[in-house]
Design a protein around this ligand. Structure first.
Ligand code: PAF
Length: 281
């Protein structure tokens, strides 16, 4: 496996490649990321992973500085997983001049769900992903469904700009107690780690109630928020949406997704569960 740090080295390493499968990451890799690499290996070659903690997608007061940087360990995991090439630029390489051009994510998406609590986040994500796609020129790129809204933004980006690649979403990998794998789980204290699976349990309870025929979505999400608040979480949102569009569900919604974001202490966790309310009955 080759590790490169500059766009010039990347271009040389990928000369002539037309079937590249790409896994963009911010590093601090866990089994969820490795599942993305495994999927990428089935979709194309070479498999390229990027490792870059993107300052554009972090707001003031967020965890950009303390986000774990573990390049050597990450490269070991990627090599063991059969990745062919790692692109690990620094900030000056990705942004040699101030990034004054940016992807405009429509307000309805940019300011919804996580965007409502992280102003500018999705524009920062879309901008760096567009740059990475231009650098790597993959035929397919693989993203985790844990960042469900991010995946929607990237699908829209590809569609709206006619980018010549496919986007593949991979199911969330979970710990034995149901907690969605995330680099941010490492911030949790022992007590918070014990409590963290509650977010997934509340989302699962909403899905189960809907599958059992309950249709008062507002009451279900309010109950989940109340349970989390009572247990000491600070809830950003628990929402039910159409899984295809992330809009408020209608009678025509074939798949739903219940999404949640909440804080345990100084750690913000997100999770979601998508399901077909009628087909699964
Ligand atoms: O999901 C992530 O790790 C990041 O948001 C991404 C897609 C690599 C862009 O920085």
């Amino acid at each position: 496996m080759q590790v490169v740090h500059t766009a010039t080295e990347l271009r040389a390493a990928l000369a002539g490649a037309t079937e590249t499968a790409f896994v963009p990451t911010m590093g601090n890799l866990h089994a969820g990321h490795i599942a993305l690499v495994e999927r990428a290996k089935r979709l194309g070659r070479p498999v390229v992973a990027s490792i870059f903690v993107n300052p554009l997608q972090f707001g003031a007061g967020e965890d950009f500085e303390r986000y774990p940087r573990t390049l050597a360990a990450d490269c070991g995991k990627l090599e063991a997983a059969g990745c062919d090439l790692v692109f690990a630029p620094d900030v000056a390489e990705m942004y040699p001049v101030p990034q004054t051009y940016a992807v405009h994510v429509p307000e309805a998406m940019a300011n919804d769900l996580c965007g409502a609590f992280r102003p500018g986040h999705f524009s920062g994500v879309a901008t760096v992903v567009l740059k990475l796609f231009n650098l790597v020129q993959p035929r397919v790129a693989v993203f985790g469904k844990k960042d469900f809204q991010q995946l929607q933004v990237i699908r829209d980006l590809v569609r709206q700009f006619n980018l010549p690649l496919d986007i593949e979403g991979v199911d969330t990998l979970r710990e034995a107690d149901g907690l969605a794998m995330s680099s941010r789980n490492g911030y949790l204290s022992a007590a918070e780690r014990m409590q963290a699976p509650q977010l997934q349990r509340e989302l699962a309870a909403i899905a189960a109630a809907i599958l059992a025929g309950e249709r008062d979505f507002a009451a279900l999400t309010a109950t989940a928020r109340r349970h989390l608040n009572m247990a000491g979480w600070r809830v950003d949102y628990v929402e039910l949406r159409d899984a295809a569009t992330l809009a408020v569900p209608t009678a025509d919604s074939r798949r739903l997704v219940v999404l949640g974001a909440a804080w345990l202490g100084s750690t913000r966790l997100i999770d979601n569960l998508d399901f077909a309310p009628d087909a699964d009955r």
